[in-house]
Design a protein around this ligand. Structure first.
Ligand SMILES: [Zn+2]
Length: 266
């Protein structure tokens, strides 16, 4: 083993030097705004941040202007009521949503790039940021699960952006991750394509169930999505987890535009 470690010790700095030289000679464009990246140094910090926590290189190029715009809300503004329009007889009333970033500016530009430009590594970076914020806010749980994508959309896109965000969250919190706990019971329309709240409720009501292969009794689970608008999707996912025996569910979205605080934090 010793010679392998020695080999790695020699190759790794050489590779880094080569990479830095290539970046200097052929600077890349920012993956988000498309401008020529102006801050390799600042990006390197994020790259290291991702690597040190997940062991995976992010391999992204983001300019200093975009990076410096990724600023979270203050800690007391990250805890929200999951549903923007709570309703009577809600089986899981007062469900908490943790949402640290505004869906605006750079984040609003980046989300379609992840989904339609097929850049899961950008979602991994968001997951690193989200995980470190959850950790700094002392969130503890047993398991992290993503909101599942319908099989047809997963096939079309090739990956689930919620999974790409959720996996680094679990790595950073040091807890289990699984993307086969929650399943879609049917295909749904995109929530963003529907304008009315009633249409959005109907679209996702009963859309999820928990796999019977998992015993979730008494577990505390974090369910992750990329963006929350009305909160109905996360609410339905949490409901399925509660029905399967979970003691507590925390809904987490990387970004959104609501600021209605939850009376009872998680
Ligand atoms: Zn940029």
């Amino acid at each position: 083993m010793a010679h392998i470690n020695t080999f790695r010790g020699v190759v790794s700095p050489v590779f880094s030097l080569l990479k830095e030289t290539l970046n200097f000679m052929f600077p890349e464009n920012c993956i988000i705004c498309g401008r020529l990246s102006d801050a390799a140094g600042r990006f390197t910090q994020y790259e290291r941040f991702c690597e040190s926590r997940t062991g995976k290189p992010s391999g992204l190029n983001i300019c200093g202007k975009c990076l410096s715009s990724l600023v979270p809300y203050d800690p007391d503004k990250r805890w929200l009521l999951c549903l923007s329009n709570p309703y009577e007889d809600d089986p899981v009333p007062g469900l908490t949503l943790y949402m640290p970033m505004a869906y605006d500016g750079v984040v609003k530009k980046a989300v379609p790039i992840i989904k339609f430009g097929k850049k899961p590594k950008l979602a991994n970076l968001f997951g690193c940021i989200l995980g470190s914020l959850l950790k700094s806010d002392s969130v503890h749980a047993d398991l992290v699960v993503p909101v599942p994508l319908s099989s047809s959309r997963l096939q079309e896109r090739g990956f689930n952006q919620a999974s790409e965000i959720a996996r680094p969250v679990a790595d950073i919190l040091g807890i289990a991750y699984s993307d086969n706990v929650l399943m879609r019971t049917r295909n749904t329309s995109r929530q963003t394509e529907l304008t009315g709240n009633l249409d959005r409720i109907a679209n996702v009501t009963g859309a999820f169930k928990a796999s019977e292969e998992w015993d979730l009794t008494g577990m505390t689970v974090i369910v992750v999505d990329d963006v929350a608008t009305t909160g109905f999707t996360l609410h339905e996912a949490a409901l399925a987890l509660h029905e399967a025996g979970c003691r507590k569910v925390l809904c987490v979205a990387f970004a959104g535009n609501r600021l209605a605080k939850n009376k009872e934090p998680f």
